[in-house]
Design a protein around this ligand. Structure first.
Ligand code: ADP
Length: 549
């Protein structure tokens, strides 16, 4: 029997309408090299309508058309976030840190016809244009050297001129909530990048979840600072969620270095921030060296790769900021787990819970699969590959405009669950601990060594600024760990000391014999440790490796 309830589509246009009226006074503040720029949600709503008119009437953007942004986190990007899906097109966020070939591949695969680009990024886009046959319009947002685009066959527009004088309201179409709203490609660490097509429904439900106390609890008293880029899984859903909850947004634009971040926190007083560990590591070092008032921040969300416990403690003990660890991926929108400890635990247990990847919400079902394909118990011991399903989890990849959705076997189980490629354990009360990515686990003589565990211990040593551990081939054991470390400035720590330090914390057979000091850990386009570069450098003999007996 069908229910008697109303069937209202959960669409981005509803988030837009709500945020720009009920929370019309909330603000989006964009950091600049002069004064921060402020715009209310009401203005964002009006400008989103103008943008939609411009895209439809002037540029001919049709329903379902992928419309790309190559932009930093700023107010105009938020306008595009809301306008493009609301008019029935698909917002395609481009990762500005990808190598040129990958960016070209992605734009061609998505068949983008219009690209909105920050003027400061024209240098990046211009050389790609001859290889982008589908791109007809380039909309330049903000200052930048437009002469870089001389000679292109695409039509050039200025964002502000395009919007000027257009109607400030738009008759947003009624859209089926299952239609595509946004497109984001994974960074393609293995094989071609893969496009995840979010639906209106998935974005809406994900936003509701982001705003629960189980996750980040955004509300109208918050000022949220998404340092995580808007091209990286929709800045973890924060722009949509903030607009829905009326939480103001502080957008860092291109000022992502530790010093300007510290300055914007001290002067604008955000309450909550989100980024990958490397960003917060930089900020912590900056604050330790040059203290600023960052007391407004009650929460710092860390995800994207494992958060070293020492970073968590550093923020809490030296700056009074609570770090909340979370896990997710492009395919999971990304909210998968959030590490809030349960009630009634001791101080020590609380820290242990906070160091896990966190707990699953009701909408993310999880299971662990063992090496033989069997389902493993949630006993906090058995480690297997994590599989998930739920209303904001991808069920396939975008196959291109004419192509069929892609469901590779290594990414989706026969019964439709997403294979995350992450290996870990789950406690009976639903806390996930990741021990590794399946491809980073060190398989030594039939046993698994967690590279993440070794890294976390190493980074807790005062002489170590960063550490990355990778598997290298070994004649006797198959694979053994190679520990690469970046030493803290001025430190004279030795490999023997580090090995002894590890020896007090992990089993003997897990201790790395191979060690190398490196100037910095190579990072991927979204700031994660790029272990494939280290593996290649080792294979090519580029690392100066010392072997301890
Ligand atoms: P990519 O796969 O290109 O790195 P994603 O941003 O989608 O792009 O990365 C998702 C992956 O990042 C996860 O599968 C997991 O391996 C890792 N990850 C994300 N959050 C965490 C975390 N809190 N702890 C450990 N690993 C994490």
């Amino acid at each position: 029997m069908l229910s008697t309830m109303q069937d209202v589509s959960l669409t981005v246009s509803r988030i837009l309408a709500h945020g720009s009226t009920v929370h019309g006074d909330s603000e989006v503040i964009t950091w600049t090299d002069t004064d921060p720029h402020r715009r209310t949600f009401a203005e964002v709503g009006r400008r989103a309508a103008q943008l939609a008119h411009a895209l439809r009437d002037e540029l001919g953007v049709a329903a379902e058309e992928r419309t790309a942004t190559l932009m930093w986190n700023n107010a105009e990007h938020l306008e595009a976030y809301l306008a493009i899906p609301s008019m029935g097109a698909v917002l395609h966020t481009l990762n500005l840190r990808l190598p040129a070939e990958q960016l070209t591949w992605i734009i061609n695969h998505a068949e983008d016809r219009v690209i909105l680009v920050n003027g400061t990024l024209l240098r990046l886009l211009a050389p790609l244009l001859p290889q982008l046959p589908t791109v007809e319009h380039i909309v330049v947002v903000g200052p930048g050297d437009r002469s870089l685009l001389a000679g292109t066959s695409a039509r050039l527009h200025d964002y502000e001129e395009l919007l000027a004088g257009r109607p400030e309201t738009y008759e947003w179409p009624e859209i089926d909530e299952r239609e595509a709203a946004a497109l984001c490609y994974t960074s393609g660490t293995t094989g071609d990048p893969k496009g995840v097509l979010y639906s209106h429904r998935s974005l809406y439900l994900h936003s509701l979840q982001v705003n629960t106390t189980e996750a980040f609890a955004l509300g109208p008293r918050d000022l949220a600072l998404p340092v995580v880029p808007m091209f990286h899984v929709n800045a973890w859903g924060l722009p949509h969620a903030a607009f829905m909850a009326g939480a103001s947004l502080l957008m860092p634009d291109r000022f992502l270095q530790p010093a300007p971040l510290a300055e914007m926190i001290a002067s604008q007083r955000p309450t909550i921030g989100a980024a990958v560990p490397t960003i917060w590591q930089g900020l912590l070092a900056e604050l330790d060296g040059n203290k600023r008032d960052v007391s407004s921040l009650h929460t710092v969300i860390i995800g994207g790769s494992a958060c070293p416990p020492v970073l968590m403690r550093g923020f809490q003990e030296r700056h009074g900021i609570r770090v909340v660890h979370a896990w997710g991926m492009t395919e999971t929108s990304p909210l998968g787990t959030v590490a809030h400890p349960p009630a009634g635990v001791s101080d020590e247990e609380e820290w242990a819970y906070r160091a896990t990847q966190g707990r699953f919400p009701a909408s993310v079902e999880a299971r662990l699969i063992g090496p033989g394909g069997e389902e493993l118990p949630w006993d906090g011991q058995a480690a297997g590959e994590l599989e998930v399903r739920g209303p904001w989890i991808a069920g396939a990849y975008f196959g291109g405009a004419q192509g069929q959705a892609l469901r590779p076997d290594d990414k989706f189980s026969p019964d439709g669950w997403l294979r995350t490629g992450d290996v870990g354990t789950i406690t009976p009360n639903g806390y996930l601990t990741l021990t590794d990515r399946a491809k980073d686990v060190i398989k030594s003589g039939g046993e698994w060594i967690s590279s993440v565990e070794l890294e976390n211990h190493l980074m807790a040593h005062p002489g170590v600024a960063e550490a990355a551990v990778v598997a290298v081939p070994d004649e006797k054991w198959g694979e053994r760990p190679l520990a690469t470390v970046v030493v803290t400035e001025g430190s004279a720590v030795t490999y023997e000391e580090l090995q002894a330090f590890l020896g007090e914390r992990i089993a003997r057979w897990q201790l790395p014999e191979r060690w190398a000091v490196i100037p910095s850990v190579p990072k991927t386009s979204v700031g994660k440790f790029d272990k494939k570069v280290l593996r290649r450098q080792y294979a090519d003999g580029e690392l100066k490796v010392t072997r301890l007996g």
